[in-house]
Design a protein around this ligand. Sequence first.
Ligand code: ATP
Length: 453
Amino acid sequence: MPAKTMDELVALCKRRGFIFQNSDLYGGLQGVYDYGPLGVELKNNLKAAWWRAMVYERDDVEGLDAAILTNHKVLHYSGHEDTFSDPLVDCRECKGRFRADHLEGPKCPNCGSEDLTEPRPFNLMFKTAMGPVDDGGSFAYLRPETAQATFTNFKNVVDSTARRPPFGIAQIGKSFRNEITPRNFIFRVREFEQMELEFFVPPGTDEEWHEKWIQERISWWEEQGIARDNIELLYVTGDDLSHYSKSTVDLMYRFPHGVEELEGIANRTDFDLGSHTKHQSDLDIDANVKPNTESNARMAIQDIETKEWVVPYVIEPAAGVDRGVLAVLNEAYKVEQLEKGERTVLSLPAHLAPIKAAVIPLKRNHDGIVDKARAVKNALQKEGLGRILFENTGNIGKAYRRHDEVGTPLCITVDFQTVEEDNTVTVRDRDTMQQERVAVADLPALLRARISG
Ligand code: ATP
């Protein structure tokens, strides 16, 4: 069962070192969070799972890691300067500012006043000065999506890899949006990470590929522990469609605060490559693009047989890393009633668990046991399966509870029998709470099997 409230998740995240409010000691920075010792592991594991599925396990996707600072011309021709905005209203009474489309009725959510301004567009992009002289002209944007740099690198990737559509370019990285009202913990923030695939396809095959990607992405989220019943599909229509999209399907997840977007899967047509291309009039571009006088690249592929230049269509599955972390935590968080009391357990899929195994000496001051536990930890760490923790706190029961709460799949206890008799250890499983005796030599295979499910 998902977590009861967001507060429970927020409390767990702070208590156990997953996520902290940024600049907390100075009152915080609104809509900005930091990932702590366990959060960074969970987040890295989620990103690694996406990269594995997108790049390594497919034969039609290349990777990219582009810069955050973006030439403002890119975001001019992409349409973001003109249209990447949310409707802003001010309350004349309390001076609060809100997104008009997030209001419940024509009332200020702070003070209840109905004296609100008309909505006006507020551009969400962060600007920053470039170079030593801030003369207003030399500025760059912090990218609002990773996608644009994928489009501007399209020719570089095609020329260096000889790829032809259908193929994709995958990218994971930070994006920035000056959200009017950041809220709901890490759900809506101003600095976040995205995992975006731009999948280039021949025009005419776009709808079929769109459908395929929707199914692929649902299956992937299920592999991350998200119950299918907690995902709804939203077919975005009319004014809610982004300026570049022909059709978008949002994967909506049942977050603790409501059903909201986890990932958007858009058919971006030939809008972006068409927008960034030179000699647009020589090409058959379907989308309504701004005339481009500044680009020096032709974002098209020559058909080997017809010799015609074609601008590919793009299908874009775009997921938020932070929203993903929130969703997997929400799914995994459980409070279980036991015969004696209760336990909090995070039943994360093992490949996402921040710590894969904790190695615990039964006696914290017994040199033989402690040295052996350290050796077991070091050997297991070398298997490259993720973080293995050596934990010398001396209280096994408390260690089990703590590791249940942070989702560690296995606890390995080294005791007298290990060092004096048979080189076996006790392995306790997070989910079943069963304990078994295992030879030290068999630990790597056991952990590997547990992680690969
Ligand atoms: P929303 O409608 O919730 O503002 P969006 O439709 O603008 O989201 P996209 O532009 O489709 O979002 O971005 C792709 C993904 O990036 C989203 O599905 C979401 O997971 C993530 N994302 C977008 N904005 C934010 C944000 N402010 N904070 C955290 N994640 C975000």
